[in-house]
Design a protein around this ligand. Structure first.
Ligand SMILES: *Cc1c(COP(=O)(O)O)cnc(C)c1O
Length: 373
């Protein structure tokens, strides 16, 4: 059996080696390493794939969030609603820009923001909300967008883990993660659904003026070279990454199917295991399984993970500490506050390998061992 990994980046590369090597060679031959034709080509294909009117590539998903927030003309102290159970970047960028994060606890089954909890956290200073489509499933966007409209909140989707996930609105309209709010952000960190061979990110919007501001922000606040209209940052997707991503984008739907196939195996094989809960599906959303995350009960998590490790099965905890307990946020009023669900999840979740290269032998080995435990 092939070695088990949380994500098999080499295996995926090896399958596409000829295509990827040729794409890399083309960039080297052109030597257009920054803003070369590969970047434009990839951005165009990504716009087609997602249905986003404007795609602005940038250096990573964190910069995408920062650029999105910076484009909204928010004032210091303005409040932005964010979930308690997410990667730090979602909240860090809010704080970095002098804005005030306000934390929402999450739904215990889907791990996502529950729109029913939003209104009680809205104050006269609330300006925006960042739904995070965690692990590959979309937040209940129909309800969230209704509340956002009612309270005039901007919506920035954090789709770093959900590129390729579809959401169906009650009227039957289908939209892709990242294209439903005012702005969407994604990441091409190597292990993400669409991963580069390094860092990368992109911002999506349907609003031409926001697109213009975001494009300017990630390019030193520039529209015309050497004329700077605002303080910006330097955040670019480099041409090599774009060329690799362009190849991989044409396989993204297959990648997603492979992840879903692995997840379906787990769902079926682990359904009756008493000490764990397999992932609960969010309604109206597909699941692209950036992570396959179990919730355990009645066992010692570390002992379970050690057992898996001894059997050669890696596992990880996303995330071990909720946002409201991160020392970085100790100056905010939510620090060490009462957010029982996220706190509980941090104690009980465990993610097992799910990636594009898993075969039945590996899956069977993993589920057989889990059942034995
Ligand atoms: C990965 C990730 C990011 C940040 O992306 P980087 O490209 O690593 O900067 C932001 N939010 C979430 C939810 C993520 O998983």
């Amino acid at each position: 059996m092939k070695d088990l990994k949380m994500v098999d980046l080499y295996g995926q590369y090896f399958r596409l080696k000829d295509e990827i090597d040729a794409a890399i060679q083309r960039v080297i031959d052109s030597s257009a390493f920054i803003n070369g034709p590969a970047v434009k080509s990839f951005a165009g294909h990504l716009a087609e794939y997602t249905g986003a009117a404007h795609v602005i590539p940038c250096g990573n998903g964190t910069d995408a969030l920062q650029a999105a927030l910076a484009s909204l003309d928010l004032q210091p102290g303005d409040e932005v609603l964010v979930p308690d159970f997410t990667f730090i970047a979602t909240v860090e960028t809010v704080a970095l820009l002098g804005l005030t994060p306000v934390i929402l606890d999450v739904d215990p089954d889907t791990f996502l923001i529950d729109p029913a909890t939003i209104k009680e956290h809205i104050s006269p200073k609330t300006r925006a909300i960042i739904p995070v489509h965690l692990f590959g499933q979309c937040v209940n966007m129909a309800s969230l967008l209704n509340i956002a409209r009612e309270y005039n909140l901007k919506v920035i989707e954090d789709a770093a883990q959900a590129l390729g996930t579809w959401y169906t609105f009650p009227d039957g309209t289908k939209k892709m993660a990242g294209t439903m709010g005012d702005i969407g952000c994604t990441s091409f960190f190597p292990s993400k659904n669409l991963g580069a061979f390094g860092d990368g990110g992109a911002v999506f919007t349907a609003d031409e003026e926001l697109a213009r501001r975001i494009r300017s922000y990630v390019n030193h606040g520039t529209q015309k070279k050497y004329y700077h209209e605002r303080i910006g940052i330097n955040s670019r997707l480099d041409s090599l990454q774009a060329a690799i991503l362009d190849v991989k984008l044409s396989h993204l739907d297959e990648f997603i199917k492979s992840r879903q196939k692995a997840a379906a195996w787990y769902d079926e094989q682990l359904a009756g295991v008493s000490f764990l809960q397999t992932p609960v599906r969010a309604s109206r959303s597909t699941h692209t399984f950036h992570q396959y995350t179990l919730r355990i009960s009645g066992i010692d998590r570390q002992n379970f993970m050690d057992y898996l490790k001894n059997a050669g099965i890696p596992s990880m905890v996303y995330y071990p500490l909720p946002i409201h307990r991160q020392e970085a946020f100790s100056r905010f009023s939510f620090y060490n506050g009462y957010f029982p669900v996220a706190g509980e999840l941090c104690q009980t979740v465990v993610s097992i390998p799910v990636h594009t290269e898993m075969d039945t032998e590996q899956l069977d080995y993993i589920t057989t061992n889990i059942k034995k435990y």
